[in-house]
Ligand binder design. Structure first.
Ligand code: C5P
Length: 242
């Protein structure tokens, strides 16, 4: 069973390496990993992974959101695996062949050792029903499409999906309790929502069945990020073992 602290992943949404490294040093002992997204990787370069691990980040979630033809995604996942990332994501809408290629590539590159957890993005939370139906010409609701793509991801060898706190229960029903859910939009009670419209507290997310919580500003913008991370871990622990 994953310990409460290991379920917390801190989003390092910075435009430079120094800020990311400083936060990694502070929160490293209190969390399960850090999330490196497109802003930081483009600003700081790929050696940021090794530098974060050296600074005390326990594990790296590379929020790459790969979406390309199977051969290209396979190559990218192979390269990320060799860089030692612990978790990486791809878009489920790339289709079953792309997802299977990602899984095969991670296994091959890991050479029998531990491979990264492969997580699929279903429907971006910035896409509402009108955008889905109108711009993308996908019928049905975004919630239905999320569950459809979560099933496809599971059948195609993914370990889990990124989901909003409101979708966790439906995904759990469709894919079972072992299928990993990675949940952003988490705010401890009393912390400003910022630009997140749909938020859950760590306790809500854990009770709904979330495996990993992605927490950004509630930790990184706190006066004492280490204390903020420890407080989230305590809230997760209380919710997991009431
Ligand atoms: O600062 P905050 O906790 O809102 O950061 C959340 C992190 O999760 C950011 O890196 C954001 O890009 C990411 N994310 C999100 N909502 C999604 C998917 C990812 O906030 N639906």
């Amino acid at each position: 069973m994953t310990s409460p602290k290991d379920r917390i992943l801190v989003a390092l949404d910075y435009n430079n390496a120094d800020d990311a490294l400083r936060t990694a040093r502070a929160v490293g002992p209190h969390v399960g990993g850090v999330k490196v997204g497109l802003e930081l990787i483009n600003a700081a370069g790929f050696d940021i992974f090794a530098r974060l691990l050296d600074a005390g980040a326990p594990r790296i979630f590379y929020d790459a959101k790969f979406h390309d033809i199977p051969n290209t995604v396979a190559g990218a996942v192979r390269a990320a695996t060799k860089r030692g990332v612990w978790m990486v994501n791809v878009h489920a809408s790339g289709g079953a062949a792309m997802l299977r290629a990602a899984r095969d590539a991670a296994e091959t590159a890991a050479g029998g050792g531990p491979r990264p957890l492969l997580i699929a993005v279903t429907v971006l939370t910035s896409i509402d029903d009108a955008t889905l139906n109108g711009d993308l010409r996908v019928p049905g609701t975004a919630a239905e499409q999320v569950v459809h793509l979560a099933r496809l991801a599971q059948q195609s060898g993914m370990d889990g999906v990124v989901a909003s706190p409101l979708e966790v229960a439906a995904i759990r029903d469709a894919c079972g309790p072992e299928f990993v859910t990675v949940i952003p939009g988490v705010r401890p009670s009393g912390v400003a929502k910022g630009d997140q419209a749909r938020v859950a507290t760590p306790a809500d997310a854990v009770r709904a069945g979330a495996h990993y919580l992605v927490v950004g500003r509630a930790i990184t913008a706190a006066p004492d990020p280490a204390a903020a991370a420890a407080a989230v871990a305590a809230e997760v622990k209380a919710a997991a073992h009431p």
